[in-house]
Write a protein that binds this ligand. Structure first.
Ligand code: PEP
Ligand code: MG
Length: 548
């Protein structure tokens, strides 16, 4: 067994034969031509054919992987028609009286180098696209048309690098995974691989020789490893992971795009919890209806100093735009207790969980709070954002928050900065005090989201961080379940919605109960959305209530 390591760009496990992908690399010869004009015309015809091919590829990709991922082929069409590229190639034909194939190959190489040397990682990633379009034009000039990809049995494709047009032309049913020696995580190849749900590894030093070709292998996209000729026990272990993955995938495939509706017609929103923008792929992959909890404190925890308004704005805007109009609930800073950032210089506390944390910090240090609110409000012009405040214990706090929010809005108005004037605001219910005050609080906010992790800790007087108390930390405690019902009823009484964003929301043994209680939303880690959807769709709420 030989193990090769690389960078995993999409998780999953694939087991099968390796198939070394050799490019259709016809060598381009430099040939003198007599009729330079005819050569330039030949180049123009080849460009036209390339644009047609790319249009067909675009249409194929739209169907298979969606509009956003297909855009690369529109970009390629533009590259084929790029004035600078055309001028450079025509000038080679003219000045050296040479064939179009040679001129395009030279120009492609020059442009590729130019992109590779650029500072910006995005542009460096485009070097592969330049190579891709020049090879396409050369193939057409050589009369090779649209090179296909052979693959008789489903296999793991191993290549030096894969151009986006190559991956999209591949017959997906015959590909278990792909592994490339080169390629960047930002390249469209990686992006397409993710959209296609194929485990993929890049930057892997696997040799592209006939010796490797046809060998049995395992690609582990969790570890970023390729096992060639795996030992039996490794194979067994990976098969188990693969079986579990396949089961999940099946579930995923069947339920994607379906409504979260019970047998008797009750609907519920299933949203995702995220900690940073890296989780966005999972949100989309798991078909979440929105983001029910963006734990914004991770932005602060990942910084050496207070993140600026612009830094935060860029992140919130990216999340809002990626979700494309679906709801994104950003929870304001919930630092303190178990989440500490040195630069906050918070005082040492006897009982940090009962100390200066979350909204208490925001209300005592409004400059930090205002910076975040400005960033969130500015980003609200780019999607559908809601703001949620953590650790609330009183109506008074909510009124203070509203005052500060109004000040920030007035500042933005004064500066002519756009934001969503109707932005929804809600609070987390995670203290017993907020449960007791739920009716009064419901009059002041648009929604409640229950943080059962903290609510359990504060209700049962059990430190959620203390492992030795795990046996006492009973989140199914009747006191908690009673509280959930009080909260949802209080919200509904005043026409507001209520959800759960603590871990209990993903507890499948309680899904029916949550539906019976009338929850409007459950926000869970992305991987739990589809298992939850399955239960929702199998539940008859009225029957469940009658049988209880
Ligand atoms: C909770 O307390 O349930 C919650 C969702 O917030 P966190 O886990 O981030 O404290
Ligand atoms: Mg909490």
């Amino acid at each position: 067994m030989v193990v090769y390591e690389g960078k995993a760009v999409f998780e999953g496990v694939a087991i099968g034969k390796l198939s070394v992908y050799k490019k259709n690399e016809e060598t381009v010869k430099r040939e003198k031509v007599d009729d330079v004009d005819a050569e330039i015309a030949r180049y123009a015809e080849a460009r036209e054919a390339a644009v047609e091919q790319l249009q067909a590829l675009y249409e194929k990709a739209v169907k298979e992987v969606g509009e956003a991922s297909a855009e690369i082929f529109e970009a390629h069409q533009m590259m084929v028609e790029d004035e600078d590229f055309i001028e450079a190639a025509e000038s080679i034909i003219q000045s050296q009286s040479v064939n179009a194939e040679y001129a395009v190959a030279e120009t492609g190489d020059n442009f590729k180098k130019m992109f590779e040397e650029m500072e910006d990682e995005y542009f460096r990633g485009r070097a592969a696209d330049i190579k891709d379009i020049s090879e396409r034009i050369i193939r057409i000039l050589q009369g090779n048309g649209n090179a296909g990809i052979e693959s008789d049995e489903p296999s793991i494709i191993v290549a030096d690098d894969l151009a986006p047009s190559e991956t999209v032309q591949m017959d997906k049913d015959k590909i278990l995974s792909f592994v490339t020696v080169h390629g960047s995580a930002n390249s469209h190849t990686s992006i397409l691989a993710k959209t296609m749900n194929i485990p993929a590894i890049i930057g892997c030093s696997i040799p592209l020789t006939d010796e490797v070709n046809g060998k049995q292998a395992i690609v582990d996209g969790f570890e970023g490893k390729v096992y060639v000729d795996p030992e039996p026990e490794v194979l067994e272990a990976k098969k188990k992971i693969l079986a579990a993955e396949l089961e999940k995938k099946e579930l995923l495939e069947q339920l994607k795009g379906k409504e979260n509706v019970t047998l008797d017609g009750q609907k519920i929103n299933l949203y995702a919890n995220i900690g940073n923008t890296k989780d966005l792929g999972l949100v989309l992959k798991n078909d979440a209806g929105g983001i029910g909890l963006f734990r914004s404190e991770f932005i602060y925890l990942g910084s050496e100093d207070y993140p600026t308004e612009d830094e935060q704005f860029a992140i919130y805007k990216q999340v809002a735009e990626t979700l494309a109009g679906k709801k994104v609930i950003i929870r304001t800073l919930d630092i303190g207790a178990d989440k500490q950032a040195d630069y906050f210089k918070l005082p040492a506390e006897e009982n940090p969980a009962l100390g200066l944390r979350a909204i208490r910090i925001c209300l005592t240090r409004p400059e930090i709070f205002k910076t975040q609110l400005r960033a969130i409000l500015r980003a609200s012009a780019y999607g559908k954002i809601s703001i949620m405040f953590p650790m609330i214990i009183s109506v008074d706090e909510v009124l203070k928050i509203k005052e500060i929010l109004a000040e920030v809005k007035a500042e933005l108005d004064g500066e002519g900065i756009p934001y969503d004037k109707e932005i929804e605001t809600g609070i987390m219910i995670e203290t017993p005090a907020s449960v007791m005050m739920a009716e009064e609080l419901a009059k002041e906010v648009d929604f409640f989201s229950i943080g059962t992790n903290d609510l359990t800790q504060y209700t049962l007087a059990i430190d959620r961080q203390n492992q030795s108390l795990d046996e006492f930390y009973d989140s199914h405690h009747p006191a908690i379940l009673k509280m959930l019902k009080i909260v949802v009823d209080s919200a509904h009484k005043y026409g507001k919605w209520a959800g759960i964003c603590g871990e209990l929301g993903a507890d499948l043994s309680l899904t029916k109960e949550f539906l019976a209680m009338g929850f409007d939303e459950l926000s869970v880690s992305p991987g739990r959305i589809l298992p939850l959807r399955k239960i929702v769709r199998e539940t008859d709420v009225s029957r469940y209530k009658a049988e209880k």
